[in-house]
Ligand binder design. Structure first.
Ligand code: BES
Ligand code: MN
Ligand code: ZN
Length: 501
């Protein structure tokens, strides 16, 4: 288990901790509530600010030791800059930055007074969520913790947030914390080493959501064989560990309401198979289940906040390994849809897993839409780097909604093209299609075209999260590598457009 900060909401009161955190707007403007928390002496803080050239700019901090006899021993002043202009995503980042600062100062207990213009329960919740996520550290396998090792220091934060709207704040934080729990679950799964997390273990994680009221079904290889899922099974056949399909159902909406559906690529380790990947960096392919991790994290979030919506999550769980029984380049497999696929590269395995998972999802659930998430192509990383996920869609409205949710959550996406010309690139004389585009070009799009052939014209979005769910960069709310990308994005999409309340 990872370490996580504990965040509590309370009403206004005398500080019970020796470290207080207050906000300053630009030019070190302090609110009355802030001054009250630290015992009434704004002048002392302002003098300290002047000497340290602290101006209250956004994302800057001032650390002040208070004189003896003051209500608190130490005050951390967090700059907001132009407070009225802050958006929810700024509050999220500010919370993350504050927790980063407290960690750097090794402060484990602090009390903050949340008071700023145009900042209510929603902003407080975003702030707290950012702080919570920033505190996530994956240290489950660290038996010794050294101080130099920033990420793995032994540090646990207890943060109390005081505000004048305790009830609304507590409610908003409860929801935001539920979503953060989903993000953390996704991060943990991506961080967990591949020897520990095989398809069977991953499926068990899905089943564990039963505790939140999610119904799960796990299909084993025999059941998938009966359904004709040879595309998915072919990928797993070189592994000692059997494949699984996990199906999760959250029925928070009205009975009979058409469900939304989310499908995740869950390749617990991608060696490339017989088309073996080069050695350097192969360890990173433990993160090739980042799409499935996001889907399970989303289902956790929806269930934990009791979202009034019906949603299905489907995970294709396999390990791509080379052995005597492994799939070969040249093999032709028949997918559940009946379409045949010539395997030209066993390392283009994600689309094979998704082909059957997507077909199964539309066939069984006739969902309102399918959104699949997959660490699908290196080509997407080449195009967009670690900053945006590639978005491919046959539905403009859904694509637009996701784009907007991305800008608002800072889990950003960028729409990439689909088209007949690209579709043709996966034709082959030997079967209905081949699993590569045949050249280095347009690799993210040819992969998406492949998936499109299994959507049966259901409204659909494919998110290529190769650069965002794993090997992600450090930012205000994440230490990097495993980001949990997709959970907040999709939760926001659902909340803004598909809930029945
Ligand atoms: N899991 C990889 C894609 C990937 C690459 C994810 C880098 C994250 C970082 C995927 O299974 C893969 O190997 N794709 C190949 C496809 C090619 C063989 C057509 C690729 O992108 O090189
Ligand atoms: Mn691969
Ligand atoms: Zn892969």
């Amino acid at each position: 288990m990872a370490q996580l900060p504990s965040i509590r909401i309370s009403g206004l009161g005398k500080p019970s901790e020796t470290v207080a955190v207050i906000f300053a707007e630009k030019d070190v403007k302090l609110s009355d509530q802030a001054v009250d928390l630290i015992g009434g002496d704004a002048g002392f803080i302002q003098r300290a600010a002047k000497l340290s050239e602290f101006e209250g700019k956004k994302s800057t901090f001032l650390d002040v030791v208070m004189p003896e006899g003051t209500a608190v021993d130490r005050v951390i002043v967090a700059g907001l800059g132009e407070a009225e202009e802050l958006e929810d995503k700024d509050w999220l980042n500010l919370g993350g930055e504050l927790v980063g600062k407290l960690k750097a100062l090794k402060i484990e207990k602090a009390e903050l007074r949340f008071d700023a213009p145009k900042a209510g329960a929603a902003q407080l919740a975003a702030f707290a969520q950012g702080g919570f996520l920033r505190g996530y550290v994956f240290d489950a396998y660290k038996t010794t913790k050294k101080d130099e090792d920033e990420a793995a220091q032994d540090w646990a934060l207890n943060l109390t947030i005081q505000c004048g709207f305790e009830k609304e704040a507590a409610e908003a934080w409860k929801e935001a914390e539920a979503v953060a729990g989903g993000v953390v679950l996704a991060r943990e799964l991506v961080d967990t080493p591949p020897n520990v997390l095989g398809p069977v273990e991953f499926a068990q994680k899905a089943a564990d959501l039963g505790a939140l009221g999610v119904e799960t079904e796990i299909l084993d290889e025999e059941q998938m064989e009966k359904l004709g899922m040879r595309a998915l099974l072919g990928v797993g056949q070189g592994s000692r560990r059997p494949s699984r399909l996990a199906i999760m159902k959250w029925n928070g909406g009205k009975e009979g309401d058409t469900p939304l559906s989310f499908v995740g690529k869950g390749v617990v380790f991608d060696s490339g198979g017989i088309s073996l990947k080069p050695g350097p960096g192969m360890d990173e392919m433990k993160g090739d289940m980042g799409g499935a991790a996001a889907v399970i994290g989303l289902m956790h979030a929806l269930a934990a906040r009791k979202a009034p919506v019906n949603a299905i999550g489907v995970l294709g769980l396999v390990e791509n390994m080379p052995d005597g029984n492994a799939q070969r380049p040249g093999d032709i497999v028949t997918s559940m849809s009946g379409q045949t696929i010539e395997i030209l590269n066993t390392d283009a395995e994600g689309r094979l897993v998704l082909a059957d998972a997507i077909w199964y999802t539309q066939d069984r659930f006739k969902p309102r839409f399918i959104i699949d998430l997959a660490t699908l192509t290196g080509a997407c990383l080449v195009a967009l780097g670690n900053h945006r996920a590639g978005l491919f869609s046959n539905d403009d409205e859904l694509a637009e909604r996701l784009f907007k949710a991305g800008e608002e959550t800072e889990e950003k996406v960028w729409r990439m093209p689909l088209g007949k010309e690209y579709d043709k690139m996966i034709d082959t004389p030997n079967a209905d299609m081949r699993n590569t585009g045949g050249s280095r070009f347009a690799g993210a799009t040819t992969a998406a075209q492949f998936l499109k052939r299994f959507t049966n014209d259901t409204p659909w979005v494919h998110l290529d999260v190769a650069g965002t769910a794993m090997s992600s960069t450090k930012n205000a709310i994440s230490q990097g590598w495993a980001s949990g990308f997709g959970v907040r994005l999709l939760d926001k999409l659902v909340k803004d457009h598909y809930e029945t309340r």
